[in-house]
Ligand binder design. Structure first.
Ligand SMILES: O=C(O)c1ccccc1N[C@@H]1O[C@H](COP(=O)(O)O)[C@@H](O)[C@H]1O
Length: 232
């Protein structure tokens, strides 16, 4: 099971996340007004920090939809994963995967689909996102005021299952994932396409700083140590 933590703002954050067990780190770029939106040079610096440590692998997280600009940002920072967290159309996925120079096969595209209660605006587009080359879906919540990203708001497990049953690609679960709420999602975890979790709010303290103890708690909560029977 993969553990992704979103929103590193410094090389120290990246190192802390690697040491605490995160597999992937979200680096914000093209998130207007975001508290940790990174300039191109900062994005490159944090991606380098992640490469030096071998883990976590950097993921560019963005609301942007201009594939040319995004490809430039990815190439400059040497990042091979991108999370399209806004309402980008399937055409953005296709343009990224096709790539200007045919290197899209090297890029893992994560497309976020949003759950507003039971309803998902991208639901009917899932086959089109797959045809466009989406590698991984990410199911996240929409806040009551329409905000997306870092809502801290849990998604309904039944609504998640209803959505992922339409998919043939793996998916990550997000939206208010905490150290103590794995049991509520048991059926989601058991889905054959379940790939892992993506966390922001529960990894931070009251001042919004990423905290190693919180990341470790989420990791322990969602990746329990197998009992003596496991593997027999
Ligand atoms: O974390 C953010 O501020 C953010 C900004 C822009 C796009 C995505 C963002 N985070 C994503 O939010 C969800 C989880 O949030 P939470 O655990 O419910 O707070 C996750 O997919 C992050 O990648």
């Amino acid at each position: 099971m993969l553990l992704k933590i979103c929103g590193a703002g410094s090389a120290g954050d990246v190192e802390l996340l690697g040491a605490a067990g995160a597999d992937l780190v979200g680096l914000w770029h093209g998130v207007p007004g975001g508290r940790a939106d990174l300039s191109p040079s900062k994005l490159s610096a944090l991606a380098s920090a992640a490469r030096r440590a071998a883990r976590p692998r950097p993921v560019l997280v963005t609301f942007r939809r201009d594939a040319d600009g995004l490809r430039e940002a990815l190439a400059a920072a040497r990042i091979h994963w991108i999370q399209l967290h806004g309402y980008q159309p399937p055409g953005t996925v296709r343009a990224l995967k096709d790539g200007g120079d045919g290197d899209g096969g090297d890029l893992t595209v994560v497309k976020v689909v949003h759950l507003d209660g039971e309803s998902c605006p991208e639901r009917s587009l899932i086959p089109a996102y797959e045809r466009a080359g989406t590698d991984v879906f990410l199911v996240d919540a929409v806040a009551a005021d329409g905000r997306i990203g870092s809502t801290g708001q849990p998604v309904d497990p039944g609504a998640v299952l209803g959505l992922v049953d339409r998919m043939s690609r793996p998916f990550l679960l997000a939206g208010g994932v905490r150290a103590d709420n794995r049991e509520e999602y048991r059926a989601v975890l058991e889905h054959p396409l379940f790939l892992g979790i993506d966390v922001d709010t529960a990894a931070r303290d009251a001042d919004g700083r990423l905290r190693a103890d919180r990341v470790r708690a989420v990791s322990r909560g969602w990746r329990p140590v197998p009992g003596p029977e496991a593997g027999r």
